[in-house]
Structures are given as structure tokens and as C-alpha cells.
Design a protein around this ligand. Structure first.
Ligand code: FES
Length: 223
């Protein structure tokens, strides 16, 4: 049993003396369901633990309850865009996060600055456990660069050109950790510290000229 603040959590040490592995169970279960997996992992040279989440198994109960809308009580959402006209999902983000901070490049809404400024501000208030960045490639690139320097694990959601969406055409190929991945079947979430963003930017621009011609044709047609 370990004590975390006012809570006590039941921990199960499955033994072993290799690299550590911590197993977390699904909602409604408990840490002992991992027995068959834990035993195999120990046999393969890992030191394995599992635990019972609050309100599960032998762990204590949370005095605050377990409502779904409280699960994100420690999530700070950052909405960042070039200007106020390009910001969206304000209400959705407020429902999903404990707190939402707005930043715009030109200061037309919220604070003036970039997503990276927001991360620096939040990190100065206390350690960030993880960053999940979703948006334009340049933003995800510079967020990942910053969080690598700060040592914060970071997930990015990639948005390359996609054609068939089934892993057959190769259109969405990206390089992650030196290996080729297809975003449509292997992602779209990847470790931001391993993504080759420069290659992704180049591949995203492959059809720029065709897109410009198509837009000009469209504008002529609707005139
Ligand atoms: S969109 Fe074709 S392989 Fe992913």
C-alpha cells in the first residue's frame, strides 16, 4: 500500500529485477487482473508492478467522487491561433479541460504570443506531465522542439496529405524515429520528439501548385 496525499493506493509488486514496467488497469477492474501478463513479463526479465486505481480493488475512495467530467481536472487546454477569427472549439475545450488559456499571435484575443509561450508560462507555474499538440505542422514542430529541451513527453497528431486512408497508397508516409510510418494506420498520434517535421512539411507542399490552380478555377466559377 502506498499513500498519495490523503489517498492510499494498493500496489502489487510482481517481482523481477530488469527494466521496470507499471501496468494500469481499465476502469471497473483492479491491478490483479494483470497476473498472467505480469508473470510473463517477469519471466522475460522485467520488474513489474500494477496497482488499483482510486475507488477500485483495495485502494481508498476519492472523497470528490468519480464523475466523468472530473477526469480532466488536471488538464490545462491552450487554444492558440494567428488571430481571434481563426480560433474555434472554445466551448468544447472548456468542457474537456479544467482551464482553457487563449493565445493569439496578434493579441486580438487572450494573451499575445504563440503556443510555445503558453507552454513556457504553464511550466513556470509547475511541472507539466505531458503535452498533446494538435494543429499546424510548424506549431507542432516548435512545440516538440521546446518540450524536448524541457524534458516533457509530447504527443502530436499528424495531418499529412492522405489519399486512400487504408495504408495502401503511401501518401501519408512520415518518418518517426528513423522508421517509415503511415499516419492513416499507424497514427495519427506519435511521439513528437521522434517525428521528422521537415520532411513532413516538404511532403505537405507537394500539391501546393495544383491546389492553387484548383482554387483559382473555383473562384472563377463562383464569380
Ligand atoms: S492515406 Fe494512403 S497510406 Fe495512408
Amino acid at each position: 500500500m502506498v499513500h498519495v496525499g490523503t489517498q492510499r493506493l494498493a500496489c502489487h509488486d510482481w517481482g523481477g529485477d530488469g527494466p521496470p514496467v507499471l501496468l494500469a488497469h481499465a476502469t471497473g477492474l483492479h491491478g490483479l487482473v494483470w497476473r498472467p501478463v505480469a508473470e510473463r513479463l517477469v519471466d522475460s526479465g522485467r520488474h513489474v508492478w500494477s496497482f488499483d486505481f482510486r475507488g477500485h480493488g483495495d485502494s481508498g475512495r476519492s472523497a470528490e467522487g468519480y464523475a466523468w467530467d472530473r477526469f480532466a481536472d488536471d488538464v490545462i487546454g491552450v487554444l492558440a491561433a494567428r488571430n481571434t477569427g481563426l480560433l474555434f472549439f472554445r466551448d468544447e475545450m472548456r468542457k474537456a479541460c479544467d482551464e482553457v488559456r487563449v493565445w493569439t499571435d496578434d493579441g486580438s484575443e487572450g494573451k499575445k504570443g504563440l503556443a510555445t509561450d503558453a507552454i513556457r508560462e504553464i511550466q513556470a507555474e509547475g511541472p507539466i506531465a505531458e503535452v498533446i499538440a494538435i494543429g499546424p505542422v510548424p506549431m507542432m514542430k516548435f512545440v516538440s522542439k521546446l518540450t524536448r529541451e524541457l524534458g516533457i513527453p509530447t504527443q502530436v497528431s499528424l495531418n499529412p496529405v492522405m489519399v486512400d486512408g487504408t495504408g495502401m497508397c503511401g501518401g501519408c508516409r512520415v518518418t518517426v524515429g528513423g522508421k517509415a510510418k503511415f499516419v492513416c494506420v499507424d497514427g495519427p498520434e506519435f511521439d513528437g520528439h521522434l517525428v521528422d517535421f521537415d520532411e513532413l512539411s516538404r511532403r505537405q507542399a507537394i500539391y501546393k501548385e495544383d491546389e492553387r490552380h484548383a482554387m483559382e478555377r473555383l473562384q472563377k466559377e463562383v464569380r
